[in-house]
Design a protein around this ligand. Structure first.
Ligand code: PMP
Length: 283
């Protein structure tokens, strides 16, 4: 693979960052994952906007030129010959001698991008079978709306899910589901799509925003509010959204089947609309 690091395109084994990088020492960095379908980027504008917001919220003052960033994404798709896959982007506050206080504002950020080829990304068999989730307590920090590289707890959650024979975990705080370890969580009850309202408790998913807009356009009812695990267990359907899974059905929670135990109609329709519209709008 050819990867990008601080202005250079390099073979992956020659790309290096400092051991003093604040991303490495303090998880002082933010990231985005953008999907590629048919060689084109899905919702790049949404990811670029959220990247800027994450940086602003952390007072990361480095100027990132979003047009240039788009060109880097496209170049990596081209040189790595990616048809379907993902592009990972990370920006950290840069390298400086270890100190909790932020370094001088003119410290150059570290900007890294790499591709992951995922042939058939939009035809995942899981979209047909649905996924199994387990619930775990949400033990992350309080600013989950900022897309930082602090992914240890989500990583632990996925390990716990795997240990229980499931595919992923939904995190629960004060009885209510916040989100999945790497996706936003939804239930459908009596025709109403319910997903947690935006706030500091969840990541403001780029896929979530698009899916809810498509749902409303299709005259589906949407209720943005917290929901409990009990409500989820009694729901007709459940699903998750993310840039890498798009819209993915959930068919069981903590070993209990949801609805019929097979992917529901609402989720199937939303997945179809999302993929069709986003392919059209891809850059
Ligand atoms: N929540 C969390 C915790 C995530 O890590 C992700 C994936 N980035 C999402 C939600 C979904 O966000 P998006 O649709 O922007 O990929």
């Amino acid at each position: 693979r050819t990867v990008y690091v601080n202005g250079d395109y390099l073979p992956e084994d020659q790309a290096k960052v400092s051991i003093f990088d604040r991303g490495f020492l303090f998880a002082d960095g933010v990231y985005e994952v953008t999907s590629v379908l048919d060689g084109k980027l899905i919702d790049f504008a949404g990811h670029a906007k959220r990247l800027q917001r994450s940086m602003d919220e952390l007072d990361m003052t480095a100027a990132i030129d979003m047009d240039e960033l788009l060109e880097i994404h496209r170049e990596l798709v081209r040189v790595n010959d990616i048809t379907d896959g993902l592009i990972y982007l990370q920006v950290t506050r840069g390298a400086a001698d270890r100190d909790f206080l932020y370094p001088a504002e003119d410290t150059p950020p570290t900007v890294v991008l790499f591709t992951q080829a995922k042939p058939g990304l939009a035809d995942s068999p899981m979209a047909e079978t649905g996924m199994k989730v387990v619930t775990i307590p949400d033990r992350r920090w309080g600013r989950r709306d900022i897309k930082t590289v602090q992914l240890l707890y989500p990583s632990m959650g996925k390990m716990e899910a795997k240990a229980q024979g499931a595919d992923d975990a939904w995190m629960v705080e004060e009885g209510a589901v916040t989100e999945g370890t790497s996706n936003n969580a939804y239930i459908v009850k009596d025709g109403v799509i319910v997903t947690r309202h935006l706030g500091e408790e969840i990541l403001h998913g780029i896929t979530r925003k698009a899916v809810l807009a498509f749902a409303r356009e299709a005259q589906m009812k949407v209720d943005e509010r917290a929901f409990t695990v009990e409500e989820a267990l009694a729901a007709d359907e459940a699903f998750v959204t993310s840039a890498s899974s798009f819209v993915m059905p959930v068919v069981s929670i903590d070993g209990q089947q949801i609805g019929t135990g097979t992917p529901g109609k609402t989720v199937a329709r939303l997945r179809e609309i999302y993929l069709e519209e986003m392919r059209k709008a891809a850059v």
